[in-house]
Design a binder for this molecule. Structure first.
Ligand code: SF4
Ligand code: SF4
Length: 392
């Protein structure tokens, strides 16, 4: 009979986590100071210490079934107080990137998160397709938009350049495609978070309000006790209202939003609101990130830059196009329209289901499942694994 094999950490997972931005978690010596200072932690759940152990051992299944990393809003208290400089806050951030790619069945997310070449390359490819769709028909008289005929250059007639019916159809197809990928990935997340748990079906219904509440308000963020928590929460909330307004205008109200001439319509005012908060919030975030203001901005992955930069450029080119249109500058309007679409479309198609934007759905879903699992765990007769921190 041979010697029993000692259990070894899974080096492949550990290397993966490092590639996703967790550089210091191996320094952790399990003192639990982070759990003592984290507002998410309680008597039953040592958060984020528990996740630090799972990361150090490379326990992929445990990590994929844990809603914990999504409940953290990166206040940074744990990292500030860690005696080993193991950066638990940044480890939770890296875990969210890792889990986004682990839940994505296409493999695209993994490709993008682990390679700047692929991330930029995929965005550039979708951008090039968008530019081709809008320019080739105008230049050579063939392609998707050729039926619209040549766009006039004496006055703005956007419908001749980009027929609103076709763009509207394209928007809806885009929304369907990105929803398909996002929802199927979220379904995988839900499966991993709930498998092997005996949870009564009624709890999924009674806890639904927490899903809606947290998706709409991200109020968990304000539960952090650091001095920046309320500022970060309000800024994030404003950002969400901005892109939800813009997304609704583009996908639901495009025929009223993409107007043909130089006039101003009711949709313009919603556009003013959306672009103002998008520009304001993203510039604020970028300044904080450049200055490395606070723990949250000490480390920046490429995806952390792309998120505000793409939003900012989408808003600025949208404003530019509006100004050129109302001043009746046809060629400049058409060019700016193309640039705007070449930034906005790849941002939505690529970043929403496969990139950092996926947290829009993953966070509230994790908070919801954590609430369901905690309720189930309170019923002593049920075999339910601890869900992690109890959501506020
Ligand atoms: S991450 Fe730091 S504070 Fe937390 S258990 Fe490890 S060494 Fe202690
Ligand atoms: S960053 Fe804040 S919320 Fe996240 S684990 Fe650390 S202390 Fe907790």
């Amino acid at each position: 009979m041979g010697e029993p094999h000692a259990v070894q950490p899974d080096q492949k997972v550990i290397e993966d986590l490092m590639a996703f931005g967790a550089h210091d978690f191996k320094k952790c010596f399990q003192c639990a100071t982070c759990s003592a200072v984290c507002t998410l932690s309680n008597n039953d759940f040592a958060f984020p210490r528990k996740q630090m152990i799972a990361a150090q051992w490379g326990l992929k299944d445990k990590l994929m079934g844990d809603p914990g990393p999504w409940l953290c809003f990166y206040c940074g208290e744990c990292s500030k107080n860690c005696p080993r400089k193991a950066n638990p806050g940044e480890t939770m951030m890296a875990l969210r990137r890792y889990l986004t790619s682990a839940y994505d069945w296409t493999g695209l997310s993994r490709l993008m998160y682990s390679s700047a070449f692929w991330e930029i390359g995929i965005l550039a490819l979708v951008s090039a397709i968008v530019v081709a769709l809008f320019t080739l028909p105008q230049s050579f008289g063939f392609g998707l938009l050729s039926r619209s005929g040549a766009a006039p250059l004496h006055t703005v007639m956007l419908d001749k350049f980009a027929p609103v019916g076709m763009v509207d159809m394209g928007d809806r197809i885009m929304a369907l495609v990105l929803s398909f990928f996002l929802l199927t990935n979220a379904a995988r997340m839900f499966y991993y978070l709930t498998r092997d748990q005996k949870i009564p079906a009624r709890l999924y219904i009674t806890q639904l309000p927490s899903l809606i509440l947290h998706a709409a308000t991200q109020k968990r963020w304000n539960g952090c006790k650091d001095s920046e928590a309320t500022k970060n929460w309000i800024r994030h909330l404003l950002l969400v209202t901005g892109y939800v307004t813009m997304f609704t205008l583009v996908v639901v109200f495009l025929p009223w939003f993409q107007v043909n001439d130089s006039s101003i319509h009711w949709t313009s005012f919603l556009g003013y609101y959306a672009t103002t908060v998008l520009v304001g919030a993203t510039v604020w975030m970028l300044i904080d990130r450049i200055r490395q203001h606070g723990e949250m901005y000490q480390f920046s992955h490429l995806s952390d830059w792309l998120f505000p930069i793409l939003l900012f450029l989408t808003a600025v080119t949208g404003i530019g196009m509006h100004l050129l249109r109302v001043n009746d500058l046809p060629m400049a309007t058409y060019v700016m329209y193309t640039v705007h679409m070449a930034i906005a479309v790849p941002m939505l198609v690529v970043e929403v289901p496969f990139g950092k934007w996926a947290h829009l759905l993953y966070r509230p879903l994790a908070i919801y499942v954590a609430a369901v699992r905690d309720k189930a765990a309170q019923c002593s007769s049920l075999e339910v694994a601890p869900a992690g921190p109890v959501p506020a």
